[in-house]
Design a protein around this ligand. Structure first.
Ligand code: ZN
Ligand code: ZN
Length: 228
């Protein structure tokens, strides 16, 4: 699997393009504003065809160029059904520019797969940041695209629209069951591995809930950007 990524927009969203080099079929993950030009250039330079635009969840900083990329590439847009209305009826919160609506044609459902070429990514429904947040697991490559659910050093915010701390605790507990070697690519910030995050994830799992101290330390310490 070929992988490209770029940090985009006012809250530094990680935008990804993944491709099967053999069939030249690609997907884009989280088309933040403005990522159309970058995505279009990379596809053209490599003669890749975009098959799907995947939104890990429906917050404005992950969906702003969905419709523009769809119009340019004719790729379908995919999101979990519980976040669908965040795409069709965007709630821009603190967005510094308008967020155009986009119309998903594909549902990301628990247990399903995103397929392009001979590559498949398993869909994990991991609510907590929003109702319909998902992670995408490339099992063969050992990669997890975790959206705003799991970051290097902590979990995603639960105080934004759609957030739920009990659901987040359950999602983190679930992800703690993945193998240490899996490399994690969050929606913002640096990549990490399950092994590097395991200690605090297991505290959440064993406690059955998020814990305050770690979160406070995290917010005052390494947390440099708002994670919308
Ligand atoms: Zn975000
Ligand atoms: Zn978010």
């Amino acid at each position: 699997m070929e992988r490209l990524s770029r940090v985009v927009g006012p809250v530094a969203t990680n935008v990804h393009i993944l491709a099967d080099e053999r069939t030249r079929e690609a997907i884009a993950i989280d088309t933040a504003t403005p990522s159309l030009a970058w995505i279009a250039d990379e596809l053209a330079a490599r003669d890749w065809t975009l098959k799907l635009i995947v939104s890990t969840h429906g917050h404005w900083d992950h969906i702003g160029d969905n419709q523009a990329v769809a119009d340019h590439t004719r790729a379908d847009i995919a999101v979990h059904p519980l976040d669908r209305d965040r795409l069709t009826d965007p709630r821009p919160m603190s967005a510094p520019f308008p967020i155009p609506p986009s119309v998903p044609a594909v549902e990301l459902a628990e247990g399903g797969f995103v397929r392009f070429g001979e590559i498949q990514l398993r869909i994990l429904h991991t609510p907590g940041h929003t109702e319909g947040s998902v992670c995408l697991l490339a099992e063969d490559e050992g990669l997890l695209y975790s959206g705003d659910t799991l970051f290097a050093g902590g979990w995603g915010r639960v105080d934004l629209p759609g957030g739920d701390q009990d659901e987040m605790a359950a999602s983190i507990a679930r992800l703690s069951g993945l193998e240490d070697a899996i490399q994690v690519f969050p929606g913002h910030g640096q990549s990490t591995t399950i092994g590097r995050e395991r200690a605090w994830m297991e505290l959440v799992r064993d406690g059955g809930r998020l814990f305050r101290v770690r979160r406070r330390a995290y917010m005052q310490g390494s947390r440099a950007l708002p994670r919308m």
